[in-house]
Design a protein around this ligand. Sequence first.
Ligand code: KPL
Length: 300
Amino acid sequence: MEIVVFGAGSLGSLVGGILAGDHDVTLVARREHAQTVHESGLRIDGELETQVTPAATTDGRDLEGDLAVVTVKSFDTPSIAETIATGSFEVVLSLQNGMGNEESLASALESPVLAGTATYGAILREPGLVECTGIGDVVVGDRRGGTSNVAETVGEAFSSGGLETTVAADMPYRLWEKLAVNAGINAVTALTETENRAVLESPTDHIARAATKETARVARADGVDLSNREALVAMESVAEATATNTSSMAQDLQAGRRTEIDAINGYVVDRGDELGLETPTNRLLAALVRTWERGQELRN
Ligand code: KPL
């Protein structure tokens, strides 16, 4: 399969690198990373180890392929959708954090858009080198739920490429479950500059659990049957599997970059407000991260 990964940072480089063992992969990445991959290939270290030679470019315009995998930050989704629209793909898969990415892609693109979640831990250590800090899994499926041949084909391509992949008929549930995981782990580990295991330890475990339970409550009010217990089990098992990983939001804060707070805890607060539910822990976490972003002049 010809696969283009748009936004080859930590997770995108890991996913694209693993798939490059079996598929024809192009990474669309930042300049230094793209240049190093182009010249010397991509090395994957840590819990998975391999050296691959995907194509790499900084320019995502006018590209073609069977599959576009989108791993950009949620706030960059509208602009990457415009870029992808200049090329041609049979199918587009969002493997991003937060809610609303698939709708944003679908409104700008003619190709079918699949939803996906990924819980692999990944850190881009330096240009050309990504470390796998936790073996997770990938779930793909129709964004509104149900099954489709397109989702099956993508699932088979991912599995044959070496990524643990499930094709799910219940993507709305899976997306809320992943949101509950990220709502519990990301802001807490970012604000405390800790690894994911911090959400399993006192006193931060209480904050993470409260944020996760609030998310499950909002999901239920939104018509998705995610129990508090299911959400907590998901959050804690991802935290265990990626215990020594630095979450994507913690990596963003450490690097002084804008975070995905609006699409994670911020989304829970907004949807909770619309549905008449209080979400005090998510509100507090969102306020703290946004205040940090304002202090860094990353937002208004
Ligand atoms: O999605 C993640 C992230 O860091 O954004 C998890 C699964 C929490 C892995 O760290």
